[in-house]
Design a binder for this molecule. Sequence first.
Ligand code: HEM
Length: 137
Amino acid sequence: MIHSYWAYFVLALLLITIVKTILNLKKEYTLQDVRLPLFTLIASHIQLFIGLAWYFMSPAYKSLKENGMGATMKDGATRLLAVEHPIMMILAIVFITIGFSKHKKKTTDAGKFKTLAIWYGLALVLILSRIPWSNWF
Ligand code: HEM
């Protein structure tokens, strides 16, 4: 349940960060601009830890262990929960982490905002593509 509710928070933060970053593209980067991307980074890492802990207790993992990888990959619903969702979400969180670290190293204001927009944007696409929507709603 925590993983399910925290997902709203992560998605909202990610969306707000991307929109704000795009709106700021031509503005000056101030110390305050680091806050939102940093909160998003922290929130996504918390989601990663909750997700990992839940994964090994989940019915999807149990089914993977009992039926093996071959059978899991043949069934779209189980494949999404046991394989695609975890892998894509980890990749998305890696993108957020890369984006945050790279944006800090950029020397121009526009470079910082652009780096954030690209990496956080890619992460959002991955997340939206592999959320188990039918389980969530
Ligand atoms: C930004 C990262 C993530 C987001 C936004 C996210 C979001 C979600 C959502 C919305 C659900 C459906 C919740 C429900 O059933 O009510 C879900 C389920 C789940 N997620 Fe994630 N998740 C993320 C990362 C991860 C990671 C990294 C793992 C594991 C390594 C993971 C493992 C799971 C598992 C095991 C389920 C439940 C599958 C089942 O119902 O059996 N998630 N996630």
